[in-house]
Design a protein around this ligand. Structure first.
Ligand code: HEM
Length: 291
């Protein structure tokens, strides 16, 4: 199968243009982020459309894994109607956008926190040695479940800089909340990011990157910790995102160390974590792990 050829950096540039346009005023002029976001969306639509055409002409051989996209293309309701092509294209773009910047920016927060706190990296490496002694070097489900400290590091990254500060909803029925009447149809903002980062008094050291807080009783079970939202629209990619972050973190922890490239570079965390010199942290392969 020949998919449209775009390098990873070209794809990332398009996804960034789309993400950067999300919190803008919607003014469509050639120099605005909004305009660049629209162009990015057009370009992504063309790439996805072309990929779908390639997949439609492809008959999977016996035993080949069925791709998620083929399933969507073949899906029919009880009357034999397929899914509208515009809907499929937009769904693919939403999944790419929702899944890319959230995960990569949370990893930026994590690596920056680790570069500032070498002790945490040491603890991660020690845990990996214990896990490998028990399960070998393959990253299986059982091995992942045993990586309690690494999971606490991922949770701390999600807490320290929540990637989705808030989402807009509309009340489907009237209700009362904390003494306020919310009428049907009113726009409601769910501030998951704020509750995750700020709202719990037990997290008084909230500006510190301290994974240990998640090893203390039930910290990740608190309602205020909701980096993936909650309820009917809980993040669809929650499990995928968690596994991606955990696997990347522990693979690097086994053979690499993490350092700040320029300890004096200013780091801004809003709207996405970014360093003045463009580098949140550097990972270096440890001499002992080189073949
Ligand atoms: C660090 C990683 C991620 C974070 C922090 C995150 C966070 C969120 C949040 C807060 C919401 C809104 C939930 C709500 O409206 O109540 C959401 C929705 C969503 N996310 Fe994620 N997400 C992440 C990764 C992903 C990935 C990897 C994918 C897919 C590949 C994904 C796909 C979606 C989709 C499709 C929705 C809309 C769900 C719906 O409206 O029913 N997300 N995410």
């Amino acid at each position: 199968m020949e998919f449209p050829s775009r390098s990873p950096s070209e794809m990332i540039a398009i996804l960034h243009a789309i993400a950067d346009s999300m919190f803008t005023l919607g003014i469509d002029l050639p120099f605005t982020k909004y305009h660049k976001g629209l162009k990015g969306h057009e370009e992504m639509t063309a790439i996805v459309e072309e990929s779908i055409r390639v997949m439609e002409g492809h008959t999977p051989k016996d035993g080949q894994p069925i791709k998620a996209l083929s399933r969507i293309l073949d899906a029919e309701d009880e009357d034999g109607n397929g899914i509208d092509m515009d809907f499929i294209i937009n769904t693919v773009i939403v999944l790419l956008s929702a899944g890319y910047d959230t995960v990569s920016s949370t990893m930026d927060t994590i690596f920056h926190g680790l570069a500032l706190n070498p002790k945490i990296w040491d603890n991660l490496r020690k845990e990996q040695r214990r896990v490998m002694e028990r399960f070998g070097s393959d990253i299986t489900r059982e091995a992942l479940d045993a990586m309690v400290y690494a999971m606490a590091v991922v949770n701390e990254g999600l807490r320290a800089q929540p990637m989705v500060p808030f989402v807009f909803k509309r009340a489907e029925k009237s209700f009362e909340l904390g003494g306020y009447q919310i009428p049907v149809g009113m726009q409601v903002i769910s501030g998951y990011g704020f509750t995750t980062r700020y709202l719990d008094g037990r997290w008084s050291d909230r500006d510190e990157f301290r994974p240990e807080r998640f090893l203390e009783v039930g910290a990740d079970k608190m309602d205020s910790f909701a980096p993936f939202g909650m309820g009917a629209h809980l993040c669809l990619g929650k499990e995928l995102g968690l596994v991606q972050m955990l696997v990347l973190l522990v693979v690097l922890a086994r053979d690499y160390e993490v350092r700040l490239q320029n300890p004096n570079a200013r780091v801004e965390m809003m709207p996405f974590p970014h360093a003045e010199d463009g580098c949140m942290a550097m990972v270096h392969r440890l001499p002992s792990s080189r073949a």
